[in-house]
Design a binder for this molecule. Structure first.
Ligand code: NAD
Length: 480
C-alpha cells in the first residue's frame, strides 16, 4: 500500500506523530493508500523552512523565479498521464476529464502566473508639481493555501502558483479526501529543482492540521477554497488575527434558458454544466430555469441527453460519468434525492445508486438525476448538493427569472442562454453572482476575476486579483 508523505523543507517526510488516515479509491470502495494526519509539530517544521527560504526566493529576479516555476509546469506536463490516472483513481472522475481539464489546467495555472508576475506592474500617482506617489507590492511572507477534493490538483495549483510567483513561501494543504496528486507534485517539485522550503505540503484533516495552519501567527494570509461552513469556521477562528483571507466557497448556481436560445447547443451545454465531474464542480448549474414556451421541448431533449451519459469505471476511456468522491458524500447526495421527493419533486430520470460489475462493484456511483415540480424555496433548491442532481423549473418573464436565480444565499456563478443581446446584458447585470457566462459555461480566461458574492465567498482569485492578494501594498509619497 502506498504511503503518502509530507513535503517539508524540500524533503518527503513522515508525520511527527506517525498518525495516518486511509485513502479510498471511490470507484472500488477500497483503501489503497495512507496519508499523514499531520499536526502542529509538522507545521512548525514547515513554517521554519518557509521563513528561512522566503527572503531569498523573493530576492530572485522575476525572470529566475518564473523560470523555476516554468520547469515545474513542464514537469507536470511530462507526467500528465500518470497524474491524470492518479486523479481518476483518487477522485473517481473520468480519466479523460482528468487529462483534458484537471492536469491540463494544473500546468496552465503555474505557467500563467509564472508569466503574469513578469508583467505585474504597479501604479504611480502624480500630485502636480508637488509630489509623486508610487505603489510597492511586496510578498506577504509565509502564506497558507487550503484546497478541496473536487478538482484536486487544478485548485491546488490555482492557489500555490500566484502565491509562489509573487515571492511568498507556501504551506499548502490539499484535501485529505484526494491527497495523491499533491503528493506526486511534491516529487515533481523536487525533480524540477524548486528550492527547498519554498513550497511545503502538509496532508491531513481540518481539526488536525487545518486549524493549526489557519491560526498560526506567522502565516499572514490564507487562501481557502471549500465549503461555506468551513469558510465561516476559518473566519471565526482567525478573527482578531488580522490575516488576509480569501474565501472561495459553495454555490447553487442558476442556469437561465430563454426561448430564443440556440436550442441544440444550449441543451448540450446545460447538460455539461449540470453533470461535469458528476456535478461536483462549484460552478455547476444545478437550478435550471427554462422559459415556458420551450419548457416541454427542452425537458425532453435534456432528459434524452442526460440518459445517454455513460456511467462507468473512471479508468475506461469512454466513461463520461464516474464515481462520487466518497461514501459519505454519496450518502449525502442520495439523501437529498429522497428529500426532493418528500418535498414533492418528481424524478424525471436517475435518482438511484448504480452498481457496476467487476472491479467497480463496490464503487460510489449515482445516476445523473433530473427533478421537476419543486418550488424555489425548498431545501433541494436552496442547499448545495454538490452531486449529479439538478432541478428544472419554468419561468414566464425576465424579471421572474432574475428573482428565481437570485433567490438563494449563494452567488458564485450563473449562465444565461439567449440570442437577445440587450436581454443578455440586462440580466447579467441583475444577477447576484461573481461570474456570469452568456451562451457558454466554464469558458475560462485566467486573467479574469474569479469568486463569489453572498455566502459564496470573500475576495477574488485569478490574474492580478490573485497577485494583489498575495502581496502587501505600500504607498511611497515623495515630495519634489
Ligand atoms: P471542505 O470545506 O470540507 O474542505 C475544504 C478543505 O478545507 C479541505 O482541505 C479540508 O481538509 C479543509 N478543512 C476542513 N476543515 C478545516 C478547518 N477547520 N480548518 C482549515 N481547513 C479545513 O470542502 P470540500 O468538501 O473539500 O469541497 C467541497 C466544497 O468546496 C463545496 O462546497 C464546493 O462548492 C466548494 N468549492 C468552491 C470552489 C470555489 O471556487 N468557490 C471551488 C471548488 C469547490
Amino acid at each position: 500500500m502506498q504511503l503518502i508523505k509530507n513535503y517539508i523543507a524540500g524533503e518527503l517526510k513522515e508525520p511527527a506523530k506517525k498518525k495516518y488516515l486511509d485513502n479510498v479509491e471511490p470507484a472500488t470502495g477500497q483503501v489503497y493508500s495512507q496519508i499523514p494526519n499531520s499536526t502542529a509539530e509538522d507545521l512548525e517544521l514547515a513554517v521554519e523552512a518557509a521563513e528561512k527560504v522566503q527572503p531569498s526566493w523573493a530576492g530572485l529576479s522575476l525572470e529566475k523565479r518564473a523560470e523555476i516555476l516554468m520547469k515545474v509546469a513542464d514537469a507536470i506536463d511530462d507526467h500528465s498521464n500518470e497524474l491524470a490516472k492518479a486523479e481518476a483513481i483518487d477522485n473517481g472522475k473520468p480519466f479523460s476529464l482528468a487529462k483534458a481539464v484537471d492536469i491540463y489546467r494544473a500546468s496552465a495555472n503555474i505557467r500563467f502566473f509564472a508569466q503574469a508576475i513578469t508583467q505585474f506592474s504597479s501604479e504611480s500617482h502624480a500630485m502636480g508639481d508637488e509630489a509623486i506617489n508610487y505603489t510597492l507590492r511586496d510578498p506577504v511572507g509565509v502564506v497558507g493555501c487550503i484546497s478541496p477534493w473536487n478538482l484536486p490538483l487544478y485548485l491546488f495549483t490555482w492557489k500555490i502558483a500566484p502565491a509562489l510567483a509573487a515571492g511568498n513561501a507556501v504551506i499548502a494543504k490539499p484535501s485529505e479526501v484526494t491527497p495523491m496528486t499533491a503528493f506526486l507534485l511534491s516529487k515533481i517539485c523536487i525533480e524540477a529543482g524548486l528550492p527547498a522550503g519554498v513550497l511545503n505540503i502538509l496532508h491531513g484533516d481540518g481539526p488536525s492540521i487545518g486549524d493549526p495552519l489557519t491560526t498560526h501567527p506567522k502565516i499572514k494570509a490564507i487562501s481557502f477554497t471549500g465549503g461555506t461552513s468551513t469558510g465561516a469556521h476559518i473566519s471565526k477562528v482567525t478573527a482578531g488575527m488580522f490575516k488576509k483571507l480569501s474565501l472561495e466557497l459553495g454555490g447553487k448556481n442558476p442556469t437561465l434558458v430563454f426561448a430564443d436560445c440556440d436550442f441544440e447547443d444550449t441543451v448540450s451545454n446545460v447538460v455539461r454544466a449540470a453533470f461535469s465531474n458528476q456535478g461536483q464542480i462549484c460552478l455547476c448549474g444545478s437550478r435550471i430555469y427554462i422559459e415556458r414556451p420551450i419548457y416541454e421541448k427542452f425537458k425532453q431533449a435534456f432528459i434524452q441527453k442526460v440518459q445517454a451519459l455513460k456511467v462507468g469505471d473512471p479508468l475506461q476511456e469512454d466513461t463520461q460519468h464516474g464515481a462520487l468522491v466518497s461514501k459519505p458524500h454519496m450518502e449525502k447526495v442520495l439523501s437529498y434525492i429522497e428529500l426532493a421527493q418528500e418535498e414533492g419533486g418528481n424524478i424525471l430520470t436517475g435518482g438511484k445508486q448504480v452498481t457496476l460489475e467487476g472491479r467497480c462493484e463496490k464503487g460510489y456511483f449515482v445516476e445523473p438525476t433530473v427533478i421537476e415540480g419543486l418550488d424555489n424555496d425548498c431545501r433541494t433548491n436552496q442547499e448545495e448538493i454538490f452531486g449529479p442532481v439538478c432541478t428544472i423549473m419554468p419561468f414566464d418573464t425576465d424579471e421572474e427569472a432574475v428573482t428565481l436565480a437570485n433567490g438563494t444565499q449563494y452567488g458564485l456563478a450563473s449562465s444565461i442562454w439567449t440570442n437577445d443581446l440587450k436581454r443578455a446584458h440586462r440580466v447579467a447585470k441583475q444577477i447576484e453572482a461573481g461570474i456570469v457566462w452568456v451562451n457558454c459555461w466554464l469558458l475560462r480566461d485566467l486573467r479574469t476575476p474569479f469568486g463569489g458574492v453572498k455566502n459564496s465567498g470573500v475576495g477574488r482569485e485569478g490574474g492580478l486579483e490573485a497577485l494583489r492578494f498575495f502581496t502587501e501594498t505600500k504607498n511611497v509619497c515623495i515630495k519634489y
